[in-house]
Design a protein around this ligand. Structure first.
Ligand code: ATP
Ligand code: MG
Length: 568
């Protein structure tokens, strides 16, 4: 491609709207432009990268016996009501009415469509297993679209759905996808790690996320430094002892004027934070809940949502304390808390000698004992793990916490959708059984951003060779006719040899050409100027290490082949 003809609007400065490096560079390198919050147009260079990632994805999906289909973006509300997710997805889903007043949504994911598709087609166990996949635009009206395509409201996803007769079949299908994902990310030049994940709105049993480690990542992942345990902190657990101060003294009300936080209480009472019980007031699907965790711990909301099986969870507003909890903000506690579901972290199971809010302004209670002074609905793991805590799997190592970008997510769904939507098959004995399902997603456009987060320097993007929009860029410098002719000649030769080549034939200064070539991150650069012609050499630069070397024009094809091979 000749750059004089290419629609490549690069920017010299970082756009103010962008915070993270991938977002800045995707705008600066002319890969995309914003249409509206979280909605982008992909320009030629950006779309070329997307197509490369799609091609690699297709190859490994096809090799794993998955079959490509294309499913509707417009989906009827009926199927979402059958699966009981119409409300669960809530405002994340873009919903609308057609001219006949039928309600639709724009697909945020396709479990319902697939289940609905196969339920009338699959009759017998002989029709299974099956794995259907597609690469398509998804629409999610994210509450906080940000970081460019990392969290868009419209984004490209590869989604796949496995259909099996039993859980053994599902385990195999899941493993095949797990393996395919490892190959896809490796071939895209990404270092991605699989971690145990929460199943969220998808429901189901096992789940793994594939994470690209990067400071800009929105997810936190706990890794054991001794065993292979790795889990999203939404799900991670640590080995922690229960707390008990073995104090059977009678409960006592204490005046704690204006002391609302754990830190203030620690100072005021000269007690450790572990002695306090923090009651977090949340409203789950309209219901008042108090979640109890130790004063030294933080509540993990995802664990609480999972326990409650709630669709929506929010912190209680200050005005609601009176009405919903008969308490007051800053002084809520489990003793005599009426008409509220109380769920406690399992570390508190035997706690005695604790300090809790007295549900009265400026008062706390001390010497509180679980079981004697308050009852809870359940003790369960509700806490957020912390850096350095002991691993719950090996009990030996310690947890490190790192930020990551979720590029893929696989789920063992089981029979949740097939049961709700009656997608059954007849087994060998002629008995009707629900199809056992799995679902598997890769954020194609998020992967582009993740690749840039992992591969960039102060000059711009450094594309891994496999997903680079072009492998080679030729800079033709100056106005000399001979240089132009030579550049064209090399350009044509390398194209004929099978490379994707960009020729910078623009009437721009050398500095602009150098800068742009680095910004757009093409793996190999060849510069042809007046000195090249005198000496019969071009200057080659390898983008991944900015190493420069001279190569002979006569021998250029062989030398280029050698260099490209070396580049990662
Ligand atoms: P997140 O937790 O980041 O919101 P999710 O868990 O809701 O994502 P999945 O339903 O697992 O997302 O979707 C499969 C994949 O699609 C994700 O692993 C991610 O790579 C990608 N993806 C999800 N939401 C977005 C988004 N808003 N923008 C870009 N990619 C996304
Ligand atoms: Mg996910």
């Amino acid at each position: 491609m000749r750059m004089s003809k290419l629609y490549l609007p690069t920017l010299k400065e970082d756009p103010s709207e962008a915070d993270v490096v991938s977002h800045k560079l995707m705008l600066r390198a002319g890969m995309m432009r914003k249409h509206s919050a979280g909605i982008y147009s992909y320009l030629p260079l950006g779309y070329k990268v997307i197509k490369k990632i799609e091609k690699i994805t297709r190859k490994h999906m096809d090799n794993a016996q998955a079959q490509e289909v294309l499913l509707p973006i417009m989906q009827t509300s009926e199927i979402w009501k059958e699966s009981k997710r119409w409300d669960k997805f809530g405002p994340l889903m873009v919903k609308f009415f057609d001219r006949k007043n039928r309600e639709y949504c724009l697909g945020p994911t396709h479990e319902e469509v697939v289940t609905d598709l196969v339920k009338d087609e699959i009759r017998s166990y002989k029709d299974l297993p099956l794995n259907l996949y597609q690469i398509q635009t998804k629409v999610r009206d994210e509450i906080r679209p940000r970081f460019g395509v990392m969290r868009g409201r419209e984004f490209i996803m590869k989604d796949a759905y496995s259909l099996d007769i039993d859980y053994e079949g599902l385990d195999k299908s899941y493993q095949a996808m797990y393996d395919a994902y490892e190959k896809i990310f490796a071939e895209c030049g990404l270092e991605a790690v699989a971690v145990e994940a929460d199943t969220g709105a998808m429901g189901g049993k096992d789940s793994h996320e594939f994470m690209v480690l990067a400071d800009s990542g929105e997810d936190q992942i706990a890794f054991c430094d001794s065993c292979e345990y790795a889990a999203n902190v939404e799900r991670a657990s640590a080995e922690k002892t229960n707390i008990d101060f073995e104090d059977d003294a009678e409960i006592e009300k204490i005046h704690t004027p204006d002391i609302k936080t754990i830190e203030d209480l620690e100072e005021f009472l000269a007690y450790p934070a572990a002695r306090m019980i923090k009651a977090v007031a949340v409203v789950a699907d309209g219901e008042a809940v108090a979640a109890l965790v130790s004063g030294e711990d933080e509540l993990n909301e995802v664990k609480l949502i999972n326990y409650l099986k709630a669709n929506e969870l929010r912190a209680a507003e200050e005005e609601e304390f009176e009405e919903l909890y008969q308490s007051t903000a800053g002084f809520i506690g489990p003793v005599n808390l009426k008409n509220v579901r109380i769920i406690a972290d399992k570390r508190l199971k035997n706690i005695s000698g604790a300090v809790v809010g007295a549900n009265e302004k400026d008062y706390h209670l001390k010497n509180v004992k679980a079981g004697r002074d308050f009852e809870v609905e359940a003790y369960t793991d509700l806490r957020l793990v912390k850096e350095g805590e002991r691993c719950s799997k090996c009990s030996d190592g310690h947890l490190n916490i790192k930020a990551g970008i979720e590029v893929g997510h696989i789920f063992k769904l089981g029979t949740k959708y097939s049961e709700n939507m009656q997608a059954d098959y007849l087994d060998e004995n002629g008995k009707s059984q629900p199809i056992v399902m799995g679902s598997y997603g890769i954020g194609i456009t998020r992967l582009v951003a993740a690749a840039i987060e992992q591969n960039n320097d102060e000059y711009g993007i450094i594309w891994p060779k496999s997903i680079a929009p072009y492998q080679i860029i030729i800079l033709s410098l100056g106005n000399d006719e001979e240089i132009k002719v030579k550049s064209e000649e090399i350009y044509e030769d390398l194209k004929t040899a099978g490379y994707e080549v960009l020729l910078d034939d623009r009437k721009e200064r050398a500095g602009v050409k150098f800068n742009d070539s680095e910004l757009i991150g093409i793996p190999l650069r060849l510069t042809i100027g007046s000195r090249s012609l005198e000496n019969g050499v071009v200057e080659a630069m390898i983008r991944e290490n900015n190493k420069k070397l001279k190569i002979e024009i006569d021998n250029i094809e062989d030398k280029v082949a050698e260099l490209i091979k070396e580049i990662s």
